[in-house]
Design a protein around this ligand. Structure first.
Ligand code: ZN
Length: 177
C-alpha cells in the first residue's frame, strides 16, 4: 500500500478557533524547506521545524531538518531511531514547532495516515503541494493544520496567514537523508 490519500477523514465536530498565537518563520527557513522537499524529486518527504517558544506559546523557527527516512511517491516514513538522531542535535531551548511534509498534487489536507504520523500535537503540521516544486507567496496553496478539540484542523487561508508569519532572519539547516 503506497497511497496515503485513499481514505478521507471525517469532518471536524467543532470549528477551529484562532487563539492569537503566532509561529514566526524566517524567509530563509521557508526557502530551505522548499529546497529540501524538491531536492528528492517526485517523492514525499518529511521535515521538522524547531526553535524557541515564548511563555505565551509564540514560536520562532531556528532549525530546519530532514531526518533519515523512507520516501516514496505517495508517502514517507520516519523511524523512532531517526527521530531520536534529530532530537540529539537540538539546542536546549528548541521545541518542536512544526512537522512539514510534501504531497504529490494540489491536495494538502491531512490524510488519516497524516493524522497518525504527526509526532507532536503541540506543533503545527504543514503540507506543501507538488513535492515542494511550486513556490507561491506564503501561505498560498500550503495546508496548515493545528491540533484543537481532538482534531487536526486545516486552517482556512485567513487563519493560516494570522497563525504563521514570515519574518527576516536566519535558520540552521540539516539534511540527514
Ligand atoms: Zn500527507
Amino acid at each position: 500500500m503506497d497511497v496515503e490519500d485513499d481514505l478521507l477523514r471525517p469532518p471536524p465536530k467543532r470549528a477551529y478557533q484562532y487563539a492569537d498565537i503566532k509561529l514566526h518563520v524566517p524567509f530563509s527557513a521557508l526557502t530551505a524547506t522548499f529546497d529540501l522537499l524538491s531536492r528528492v524529486g517526485r517523492r514525499e518527504s518529511g521535515l521538522f521545524w524547531y526553535g524557541p517558544r515564548d511563555s505565551s506559546g509564540n514560536g520562532t523557527v531556528a532549525y530546519v531538518v530532514a531526518p533519515r527516512q523512507r520516501m516514496s511517491w505517495g508517502n514517507y516514513g520516519i523511524s523512532a531511531e531517526a527521530l531520536a538522531e534529530v532530537v540529539h542535535r537540538l539546542a536546549d531551548d528548541w521545541k518542536p514547532l512544526a512537522q512539514v511534509h510534501s504531497h504529490p498534487g494540489s491536495r494538502v489536507e491531512h490524510s488519516n495516515y497524516d493524522d497518525r504520523m504527526v509526532s507532536s500535537r503541540r506543533a503545527l503540521s504543514l503540507v506543501f503541494p507538488f513535492y515542494g516544486r511550486v513556490r507561491q507567496p506564503f501561505p498560498t496553496g500550503i495546508g496548515i493544520h493545528e491540533w484543537q478539540s481532538d482534531y487536526w484542523h486545516l486552517l482556512d487561508q485567513a487563519s493560516a496567514a494570522l497563525r504563521v508569519l514570515i519574518i527576516n532572519g536566519a535558520a540552521q539547516v540539516d539534511d540527514l537523508r
